[in-house]
Design a protein around this ligand. Structure first.
Ligand SMILES: C[S@@+](CC[C@H](N)C(=O)[O-])C[C@H]1O[C@@H](n2cnc3c(N)ncnc32)[C@H](O)[C@@H]1O
Length: 357
């Protein structure tokens, strides 16, 4: 016998589910607006009609008209009337200003690559085995880069590093430093530019990320950076570094305990390990109650973070919301770190920790 359905609740559920479909499609439109430079074109000068935007961008008017209407319907663009569409000052920062810490459109750059792995995930649910970051191809690596780069470029050196005990003077004087899980190397290159007397080493297992890192290095023109494929060239077994960072990658690692132990071995006894990871809570209940982005985070987890953390046999599978402060502290202590504290650095998504031997 089928259960009696409450018609109002049924309508509400349909609206909710279609709301997520709408979100997915509007996300696709944001991706297009970003890759086609439409937000930048709208941010440059006042309201545009589809005709004036077509003239400015050289794109087809009919396609632009449909995109503009959809963006206004979604509330992303303002519609003052008369076929004119406008990006507000706030919209311009979030969608068009790559140099601003609040820039978010870059996060949509990896969307097609991320969504494409959906076809492979039913198999992962059957076997339990996930996919490494390389499954997203070069666009996936570029998408991650563009999600995190605004913070690295604007706040890492001036805001975050000074919060660490004695690290900036050491970097100024000249030390060896490493970024593990360095992605395409943006954080490392920012530090290398700011501290030319220090040498910086990036460790990664994604060949796409490493390729882009080498390209970024050539473009940056600095000489105090080297990237290493951690699968062939792991962290040194002796204390060579005085400063090690891990940015949003421990929860993605299949064997974070091994990596943390190798970070401890590679760090000198007076060194500092700086950790950025998702602001996760201890329980699922707390994550859902306290994190307004919990559903987004669980989505990222299945698509990429947990998948990567299960991509090797025996992977721990922490996933996006799997590394809460208590666990980070325990893993650090188990690897031989005796001091661990949360840093006073505000970020909507991340928590920051300083661990010392
Ligand atoms: C979300 S990305 C973050 C990349 C970079 N830290 C950033 O903030 O842009 C996570 C990265 O961790 C890398 N990774 C996963 N397991 C790793 C391991 N065992 N050693 C080094 N890197 C690893 C992945 O390949 C991926 O590039």
């Amino acid at each position: 016998m089928s259960p009696t359905l409450d018609p109002e609740k049924l309508q509400a559920k349909i609206r909710q589910v279609f709301g997520y479909l709408e979100g997915a499609l509007v996300s696709g439109m944001i991706y297009l607006g970003d890759v086609l430079g439409l937000y930048r074109a709208l941010a440059d000068d006042g309201p545009h009609t589809s005709e004036s935007l077509a003239e400015k961008t050289g794109l087809d008017e009919r396609w632009l008209r449909e995109w503009l209407r959809g963006q206004a319907a979604a509330g992303i663009l303002d519609y003052p009337g008369d076929g004119r569409f406008e990006l507000s000052a706030e919209g311009a920062v979030v969608l068009a200003d790559e140099g601003h810490p609040a820039f978010a459109a870059g996060g949509f750059g990896g969307l097609p690559a991320q969504m494409a792995v959906l076809e492979r995930l039913p198999e992962a649910f059957r076997t339990g085995r996930g996919l490494p970051y390389d499954a997203f191809g070069p666009d996936g690596s570029r998408g991650i880069e563009r999600s995190f780069a605004p913070w690295f470029r604007t706040l890492l050196v001036p805001l975050a590093l000074p919060k660490l005990e004695g690290v900036v003077p050491k970097l100024e004087a000249g030390i060896e430093a490493a970024d593990v899980g360095c992605g395409t190397g943006v954080a490392l290159l920012e530090m290398a530019k700011a501290f030319p007397k220090s040498r910086f080493h990036g460790y990664e297992i994604s060949s796409h990320a490493l390729e882009l890192a080498e390209r970024n290095l050539r473009e940056a023109g600095v000489e105090n950076v080297a990237f290493h494929d951690a699968r062939q060239e792991p962290l040194p077994a002796e204390p060579r570094f005085s400063f090690v960072t891990t940015f949003d990658c421990l929860h993605d690692m299949a064997h974070p305990q091994r990596v943390i132990r190798s970070i401890r071995r590679a760090l000198d006894d007076d060194g500092t390990w700086f950790i950025a990871d998702i602001k996760a809570r201890e329980s699922f209940e707390d994550n859902v109650e306290e994190n307004p982005m919990a559903a987004l985070m669980y989505g990222f987890s299945v698509l990429s973070c947990m998948s990567s953390a299960l991509s090797e046999p025996g992977g721990l599978g922490l996933g996006t919301l799997g590394l809460h402060e208590g666990l980070a502290r325990t893993l650090a202590e188990e690897a031989g770190f005796t001091r661990f504290r949360r840093c006073d650095i505000e970020h909507p998504m991340n928590a920051y920790y300083e661990a010392r031997p």
